[in-house]
Design a protein around this ligand. Structure first.
Ligand code: CA2
Length: 146
């Protein structure tokens, strides 16, 4: 089972600023924890990050040909990007939306997600564990289908 872990804009800065909101782990630390978890399930991860909307669309399109599903934190594009929503709808593989912070406890503009309605599910507010919870759910769901 192959899964894409996709991180959006500014998440490359994790661990350097705003630890009170996003935690103190770097993106590399989070990816390493997810790979560790995936090994337990005999799943294989590819981790990508981009600050560019089009690159994220391309990564989703590409995943269609090799991944069983995607764990996706689109960062601020969550709240604005119809292009990402359309890409998720188009690829036809399950995408799990994840957020480090509890977006519902923050500014109102973060309460809106362009992508939630086309995602399989969503995990918010558990820091890096939002990713591991989302990954675990995705793997178990994909295993059920076999
Ligand atoms: O909580 C999340 O995971 C977010 O997707 C993070 C985005 C934010 O725009 C979303 O509303 C919620 C922002 C990521 C910015 O990451 C930084 C990391 C370190 C320092 C500064 C920004």
């Amino acid at each position: 089972m192959k899964i894409l872990i996709l991180h959006g804009p500014n998440l490359n800065l994790l661990g350097t600023r705003e630890p009170g909101i996003y935690g103190s782990l770097t993106l590399a630390d989070i990816n390493a924890k997810l790979v560790e978890l995936a090994v337990e399930y005999h799943a294989e991860l590819t981790c990508k990050q981009s600050n560019h909307e089009g690159d994220l669309v391309d990564a989703l399109h590409d995943a269609r040909s090799w991944a069983g599903g995607v764990v996706f934190n689109p960062g601020a594009y969550t709240h604005t990007s119809i292009a990402l929503r359309d890409a998720i709808s188009a690829i036809g593989i399950p995408v799990v939306e994840v957020h480090l912070s509890n977006v519902y406890a923050r500014e109102e503009f973060r309460h809106v997600s362009m992508i939630s309605a086309v995602c399989k599910g969503k995990v918010v507010g558990f820091g890096w564990r939002s990713y591991s919870l989302g990954l675990r759910a995705l793997i178990e769901m994909l295993s059920d289908k076999k």
